[in-house]
Write a protein that binds this ligand. Structure first.
Ligand code: FEO
Length: 395
């Protein structure tokens, strides 16, 4: 069902309440998502982005309820990823000559995905399209989060179409930020930033500074996922500036996995030590094999330090921690401290390996970590508590 945003702009996307994972299984979408597509009717008619491939027929059919497809003068594809370009093949079957406006990288990637020789018109920052009373101004936003990404600003209506930036994987029928549960919205927005945009912090800061310098009035920010920011729309821009500045809260996150609970007891003992000397700091314990991996990343994003624990198995550490380390390697967190811990029976390599690997991920190692032989007894638990207390001194 379409939804009118202004006299000229209508949301024609798809709310996907059933979506439970994204990017294959790399990102959990427990609250669903939406693929936001926008139809602009001025003297010229413009479609901005489409929806994910499984909904291509539904999208085109509903679009026909809004407009005779032949009356679409221009299609703008701000980003080629399949969740936004997926309905193009179905749409272009009906209007094969309609120009597709995108960046040069966008054209390359669309060709790489669909192997079609569509009528691409490539644009750069500052290029614009006169559509009647309004003008659409393009702003390239490479690596937010693909090399092809761009934003589109609509004059007159003061709308920033920001594609993935400022989005959230959050299904809602309510459309606007002021009409949804704001705690849920914040949780999904920070999860999205932490898991998708963290590696591109510097690009985010630079791009926002560049757009702010243009001093454009903004009444609506229309991302390609989740709600449209209408109530105080630039609040999400301010939030992005904070998140992009190697964000941290007063939080220490202890992520571990355990085979027979020895490493869990270590985690709890260290946490008790931290809490004994610092009542202010938030300490969270997350078992990597039981918790949602993207929620763990979000908690790490919020942390000033992480403790990562695994027993030794087959001269290595456990696979849940291995998967997490691989995610951390790609996300390139900065400004965070770390150390490792784990139980062992004989060879006991895990702590040394974890320390080396977490340091390679960009974390500042606080010390060489701590190991416990077999299961901690009371003396060992006391030692672990002291170890936890000492962490606060190292902060
Ligand atoms: Fe929502 Fe990068 O696609």
């Amino acid at each position: 069902m379409s939804k009118k945003l202004t006299d000229k702009v209508t949301w024609v996307g798809k709310v996907d309440w059933e979506l439970k994972s994204f990017h294959g299984d790399e990102y959990s979408t427990n609250k669903g998502s939406s693929y936001n597509s926008y139809l602009i009717k001025d003297k010229k008619n413009v479609l901005i982005d489409t929806v994910w491939l499984p909904y291509d027929k539904e999208f085109v059919s509903k679009l026909k309820d809004e407009i005779d497809l032949k009356e679409i003068d221009y299609i703008i594809i701000q980003h080629s990823e399949v969740d936004h370009s997926g309905a193009l093949v179905e749409l272009m079957r009906e209007i094969p000559d309609t120009p597709i406006y995108c960046t040069a990288n966008g054209a390359k990637i669309l060709k790489g995905h669909y192997h079609q020789d569509w009528n691409f018109v490539t644009v750069k920052t500052g290029d614009s399209l006169d559509i009647g009373e309004s003008k659409l101004v393009f702003v390239e936003a490479p690596m937010l989060h693909w090399p092809d990404t761009m934003f589109t600003y609509m004059t007159g209506e003061n709308i920033l179409f920001s594609n993935d930036a400022f989005g959230q994987h959050y299904a809602t029928e309510s459309l606007y930020n002021e009409n949804v549960d704001n705690a849920e919205l914040y949780a999904e927005a920070i999860k999205y930033y932490a898991n998708i945009l963290t590696p591109f912090n510097r690009f985010v800061t630079r791009k926002i500074e560049e757009v702010l310098a243009l001093n454009l009035p903004v009444d609506l920010i229309c991302p390609s996922h989740g709600v449209i920011w209408r109530d105080n729309p630039t609040q999400i821009v301010e939030q992005y500036m904070k998140w992009a500045a190697d964000y941290q809260e007063n939080q220490i996150t202890i992520v571990y996995d355990t085979m027979w609970n020895a490493t869990r007891i270590m985690a709890e003992s260290i946490a008790a030590g931290i809490n004994a000397v610092d009542k202010e700091v938030t300490v969270k314990l997350l078992n990597a094999s039981k918790e949602d991996k993207n929620d763990i990343i979000t908690e790490i994003f919020k942390s000033k330090a992480i403790l990562i624990g695994s027993p030794t198995i087959n001269n290595c550490y456990l696979h849940s921690i291995g998967g997490l380390i691989e995610m951390l390697r790609g996300l390139k967190f900065k400004n965070k401290k770390a150390l490792a811990f784990g139980s062992y029976g004989w060879s006991g390599e895990s702590v040394k390996q974890l320390s080396a690997d977490i340091e390679k991920c960009g974390f500042d190692l606080m010390n060489e970590g701590i190991r416990t032989l077999w299961v901690p007894d009371q003396d060992e638990i006391n030692k672990l508590k002291t170890f936890g207390q000492d962490i606060i001194k190292l902060m």
